[in-house]
Design a protein around this ligand. Structure first.
Ligand code: SF4
Length: 257
């Protein structure tokens, strides 16, 4: 492990006259809701040097690692890593970096992997609708990627599509009641939207905005090069990134000088 003095993410520091590029990399938490009501949690990072997502534990063996985190499961947890600036970097801009080109240029070269939220909840297609409703409680207006047991994308489910938590009373006629109970969907995969645009984690912010406009959707499931779901990017994530990238250099995240 290299010794780097006072890491400041996205900036260059010098140690023993070698220019080092320092990155703060968020640890991402993906929670998969599975049949039986269990929650499987996985910690991952989108490595800015390798431009791909993998298990966060791999970072502990990486020569670029500068600082691990005390609690990788905490909200906002991140690690710090560094490399010589001459090394090829896949990512030119991270949260908090200042613009170095026009906004359009930045949007055209920034991967969605560094923009999307660091937490994501997915639901397995075989999960019972009633179980998912129970796990979500009163939360509505949210959407989740639906995945198979390997984490591959099957579709998307919106919490609003799960129906009321208190079902309407069944019809009094026995024949009709049995027919309805036989036909009623029970699994998440039966009510999900199956035709969704999967967006690659190395796709750029500008492409994601275009895809949302063309498809008229507010979110895109994001997949790794192996085809597993690594997140869900919302229009608000992109707007937030645009606002940060476009803010004057003398202002902080809250518009204060
Ligand atoms: S520690 Fe290494 S593997 Fe992990 S994000 Fe940093 S450069 Fe990538």
């Amino acid at each position: 492990m290299q010794h780097i003095p006072t890491p400041v993410h996205g900036h260059t520091v010098r140690t023993q006259s070698v220019a080092m590029r320092v990155e703060r990399v968020p640890i991402r938490t993906t929670t998969r809701l599975t049949p039986g009501g269990e929650r499987h949690r996985e910690l991952s990072v989108y490595c800015p040097f390798q431009a791909r997502t993998f298990g966060a534990e791999e970072c502990q063996h990486c020569a670029r690692l500068v600082t691990w985190t005390d609690d990788p499961t905490a909200e906002g947890a991140a690690i710090v890593c560094a490399s010589e600036q001459t090394e090829t970097r896949a990512v030119a801009l991270h949260f908090g970096d200042r613009m170095s080109g026009s906004l359009e240029e930045e949007a055209a070269r920034t991967p969605i992997g560094v923009v999307m939220a660091s937490t994501c909840v997915t639901a397995e297609g075989e999960l019972e609708i009633a179980e998912l409703r129970l796990m979500l409680g009163e939360k509505t207006g949210r959407a989740f990627p639906v995945v198979d047991r390997d984490g591959a994308l099957l579709g998307v489910i919106s919490a609003d599509r799960l129906g009321p938590s208190v079902p309407p009373p069944p019809p009094s006629r026995p024949g009709l009641r049995e027919l309805l109970s036989r036909l009623a969907p029970t699994k998440v995969r039966e009510v999900m939207t199956a035709h969704v645009v999967a967006f690659p984690e190395n796709g750029r912010v500008r492409e994601a905005l275009n895809a949302m406009l063309v498809e008229r959707v507010r979110y895109l499931p994001v997949v790794s090069s192996e085809g597993t779901v690594v997140g869900l990017v919302w229009d608000l994530d992109l707007l937030s990134w645009l606002a940060r990238a476009n803010r004057p250099a003398h202002e902080d995240d809250h518009g204060r000088p």
